[in-house]
Design a protein around this ligand. Structure first.
Ligand SMILES: Nc1ncnc2c1ncn2[C@@H]1O[C@H](COP(=O)(O)OP(=O)(O)OP(=O)(O)O)[C@@H](O)[C@H]1O
Ligand SMILES: [Mg+2]
Length: 431
């Protein structure tokens, strides 16, 4: 029996996983009506791949999942003419083009196979998926191949095409097969599309790398029929990529995803707790009010807030205090924050100048660009670099130097760093 079961929940209510493209995700999303509308309109009414720029952990992946799921439901319920189907696998951005493409084709193939029955039932043209399934089952050794048939559904013509005869089933053959499936089912945008996420473009660190990688897949995965990718990134990388002339017309202007507003956060947690509770009134380790406090400290990063809430719940259990009354739990939460922050602060010794730089960055909202060095009391970004490195080693800052765009705010306070900043502020106020 898991800790969560003992506490009266069917699963971890503080899970950091993105909301899934299903009824649960749709029920749990809070405060995103406008953004859901924007994204859905782009998906149904333009031919570009939408993009989302938003801080880490602000809910980009979740937004896409719920938008795609709801659009699918709209079609099924007869309220829309265009079928959108979420691709459940999330593609992580990679600099290796081959790997990125392979992940993408596999994700599409899996989604196609999983949905072929429902596509059939809904009257779409579908491809026989037996070849795809073989491929998915043994991607590296399969050497078969042969003819495929497109089965006409709902009175459409049945035709046969052949693929991959002769030299066995190559990677190129697999990709062509995926393309053929898509083309058969979604010949035009009006028919619909699969919706996938290419996530965390900022993992490529420099905007030049990100642009290059996306330009390299422009004519492959970004030009497949029946697939719309939503490109998600943080730290200004999406804006940088969108400016590439080679990608213009292919990717949309970024949807700016602001953090979920403070006032929506208690409701967000209330919904989760209610959704997972197995008892009428279980006593949560972190209640909505306590969570709102963590969220403030975490500088509005939902993912980090959930992680902290989960860690606190585990600590509470270790201390044998899971059954403490709510007011005591709230005090214990404060105690846990202070203990944890104190540990993080002392783990790596730092010089006063480094602490002062850290405090300034936190005070300035938690992020800065290398080109802002003067505002932080340095003569050059070079001079600041050593201190940044030390703060990075202490896991208080995350910093990337993007030679291509020194104005991107690529230096930011980490999850640990925010707890430490809160703790330091409190110590200073008390002094
Ligand atoms: N609008 C929302 N309502 C309720 N929960 C949300 C909402 N948005 C995000 N979450 C939750 O917050 C956490 C972070 O969400 P998500 O992974 O979608 O963010 P992200 O911006 O994609 O993060 P990253 O930058 O790390 O990729 C997840 O636990 C998710 O379930
Ligand atoms: Mg994400």
């Amino acid at each position: 029996m898991s800790l969560w079961n003992q506490l009266g929940y069917s699963a971890n209510p503080y899970t950091v996983n993105p909301l899934a493209p299903n009824a649960e995700g749709s029920e749990l999303i809070v405060g995103r009506d406008k953004e859901l509308r924007k994204l859905t309109t782009q998906l149904t009414s333009t031919d570009t791949h939408p993009t989302i720029e938003g801080d880490n952990g602000s809910g980009k992946t979740s937004l896409v999942a719920v938008a795609a799921y709801r659009a699918e439901q709209e079609f099924i319920e007869g309220r829309s003419q265009q079928l959108l189907i979420p691709i459940p696998d999330i593609i992580q951005m990679k600099s290796g083009v081959d790997e990125l493409e392979r992940d993408a084709y596999f994700a599409i193939a899996r989604a196609y196979v999983a949905n072929v029955k429902i596509l059939d039932d809904l009257g779409f043209n579908t491809f026989d998926t037996s070849e795809l399934e073989k491929w998915l089952g043994s991607p590296f050794i399969y050497g078969g191949g042969g003819g495929l048939s497109v089965v006409g559904v709902g009175g459409n013509v049945t035709r046969s095409v052949s693929a991959n005869t002769g030299q066995g089933f190559t990677d190129a053959g697999f990709r062509q097969l995926v393309r053929d499936c898509l083309h058969a089912t979604f010949p035009t945008r009006e028919h619909g599309a699969f919706v996938g996420v290419i996530d965390n473009i900022e993992l490529l660190r420099t905007s030049a790398d990100a642009r290059q990688a996306l330009e390299a897949v422009r004519d492959s995965i970004l030009s497949l029929p029946g697939v719309r990718w939503v490109l998600c990134g943080a730290k200004g990388i999406v804006r940088s990529v969108v400016s590439s002339p080679r990608l213009s017309g292919r990717i949309g202007r970024p949807i700016d995803l602001k953090p979920v507003p403070d006032e929506d956060v208690p409701e967000l947690v209330r919904r989760r707790l209610a959704h997972y509770s197995t008892r009428p009134d279980p006593d949560a380790p972190v209640n909505p009010e306590g969570f709102a406090h963590i969220y403030k400290i975490s500088n509005a990063n939902l993912r980090n807030s959930f992680k902290h809430a989960q860690d606190f719940a585990l600590w509470l259990d270790e201390e044998g205090k899971s059954q403490a009354p709510p007011t005591e739990k709230r005090e214990l939460l404060e105690e846990w924050i202070n203990i944890t922050a104190a540990e993080y602060s002392t783990a790596t010794p730092l010089q006063p100048g480094q602490w002062s730089l850290f405090d300034k960055i936190a005070d300035a909202g938690g992020s800065m660009a290398p080109s802002d060095y003067e505002d932080f009391g340095f003569n050059s970004s070079q001079a600041m670099r050593f201190h940044l490195q030390r703060l990075e080693e202490a896991n208080l800052l995350d910093s990337v130097i993007d030679e291509d765009d020194q104005r991107r705010k690529t230096i930011s306070v980490t999850s640990n760093g925010w707890l430490v900043a809160y703790h330091r502020g409190k110590l200073q106020r008390e002094a």
